[in-house]
Design a protein around this ligand. Structure first.
Ligand code: TRP
Length: 449
């Protein structure tokens, strides 16, 4: 068998996993979801879910991947004689396609906006002009498709260079750059007149918004943001060295995830309030509201360039982790060279992502049950595929995988996290599956609180 790659260094591993975790979920999705769902009340529940459910789920995925040293499907085969468990791997690979398809569309918008920021296009437009410009762009179909294809191709290039020379090297450059940009934007935000109001909008707790539906949304956001529930961390786990400390990797990235999400909110909302624009605009916050603000802000063009560069970098460091799930599977199972496997997956994703972009044209027939393909993929992955995948993964780790093998992986052969490993294992066996199952059933309407 061909030799499998591993990550080169501990720091590199944290950057790679952090690159996957920190993405559009933090910058594009978290601020508006938190703002709409009760601010700090949402953030608190999100934090609790992160540490009590998603991080132990991440440990389960790392342990499965590192024990089996295999792609998401084969890992289940290796660790259990019951063949049907490999279905969880297939579910994960399918999920990676679904997410990658709509994710690439938004990443493509980021590229278009980066180009426009450099060209200064929206700097001269008034709010109505900016809205019309955005709608025209999305509705044109062909503009977004060009960028989607470019974005997926860039992904393919990074992934084709392999684990250490491609993915790790790329993340080690992109991650520090993202941090610098985010810090510059937050400092600028701090000096805006609307800082207080923006921070209040993001952080003021409104506990009346706490409902089962909101908790389910926090769970969906948490899984999405921490890249768990579909085998990306099984795949990355299989490249983590045997003597690396999982607790440190998981803890560091989970803290970075929330920090970046809140910092993004703090970079965005104060500007929104300073220029008297309503913050409600949901997913369009980043592509409609912000360009308006950049057009008015002193030095706005520079901030626009920085921001869309940040958004693009955040997206691509995440999407390579999604693509790697499918590439590892295809190259290992069909014994193909990495380059060939990457090419095949790249072409397939270009196809499905193009359909997502096309489905946003007005009057498009690419709809299912009244939702266009783009919204459908976004909903189905976060609401059904990842909670279901996450549930099955913790059940596998807690009940199917041999206990001694699991604990040995979790603690890196007894090196780290002695005291933590027992409570974490207990949670993985009992509390977490029950919690995910209850939330999932309530979402399906089969269980009422
Ligand atoms: N976590 C990324 C974000 O917040 C998205 C992502 C990357 C992802 N890999 C994943 C989501 C795997 C789910 C599963 O944008």
């Amino acid at each position: 068998m061909r030799k499998r790659g591993t990550f080169g260094s501990s720091l590199g591993t944290i950057m790679v996993v952090g690159g996957s975790v920190i993405g559009l979920g933090n910058i594009w999705r978290f601020p508006y979801v938190a703002g709409e769902n009760g601010g700090a009340a949402f953030i608190l529940i999100y934090l609790a879910i992160n540490f009590l459910i998603s991080v132990p789920l991440m440990f389960s995925e790392f342990s499965i991947g590192r024990a089996a040293k295999s792609n998401a499907m084969r890992s289940f085969r290796r660790l259990s004689p019951v063949k049907s468990w490999q279905g969880v791997g297939y579910l994960g690979i399918a999920t990676s396609f679904v997410i990658l398809s709509f994710y690439s569309v938004i990443a493509g918008w980021a590229l278009e906006f980066l180009r426009e920021s450099i060209a200064g296009t929206f700097m001269q437009l008034d709010p109505a002009g900016i809205k019309a410009h955005f709608d025209d762009f999305v509705a044109s179909g062909w503009g977004p498709i060009g960028w989607v294809i470019a974005f997926v191709a860039l992904n393919g290039i990074v992934v084709s260079f392999g684990i250490e020379k491609g993915i790790e090297r790329f993340n080690k450059t992109a991650m520090p750059m993202m941090l610098v940009i985010l810090v510059i934007m937050c400092i600028n935000s701090f000096f805006l007149s609307g800082f207080r109001e923006g921070a209040t909008f993001l952080l003021r707790p409104d506990f009346s918004k706490v409902t089962p539906a909101m908790i389910m949304q926090a769970l969906g956001q948490s899984f999405f943001s921490l890249s768990v529930g579909m085998g990306a961390m099984i795949t990355y786990g299989s490249y983590i060295k045997k003597d690396d400390n999982m607790f440190r990797i998981g803890g560091t990235v989970a803290i970075s995830d929330v920090t970046v999400a809140i910092l993004s909110g703090l970079a965005i909302f104060p500007a929104v309030f300073s220029y008297g624009i309503s913050p409600t605009s949901g997913p369009e916050l980043v592509f409609l509201t912000l360009p308006n603000i950049f057009a008015q802000m002193p030095g706005g063009q520079i901030f626009a360039i920085l921001f869309f560069l940040l958004l693009f970098a955040a997206a691509i460091t995440s999407s390579v982790s999604l693509m790697e799930v499918a590439v590892a599977y295809v190259s290992e199972e069909f014994r193909l060279r990495r380059r060939i496997a990457t090419l095949i997956i790249t072409l397939c994703v270009m196809g499905t992502a193009t359909l997502c972009a096309l489905s946003q044209m007005p009057g498009s027939s690419l709809t299912v049950a009244g939702q266009n393909l783009f919204d459908l993929f976004d909903n189905v992955s976060s609401t059904y595929m990842m909670p279901l995948g996450g549930l099955l993964i913790v059940i596998f780790a807690g009940w199917v995988m041999r206990r001694d093998l699991f604990l040995r992986e979790l603690t890196s052969n007894g090196r780290f996290g002695h005291r933590l490993s027992r409570p974490v294992y207990f949670m993985i066996r009992y509390a977490i599956p029950i919690a995910i199952a209850m939330l999932f059933l309530s979402k399906l309407g089969w269980l009422q609180f």
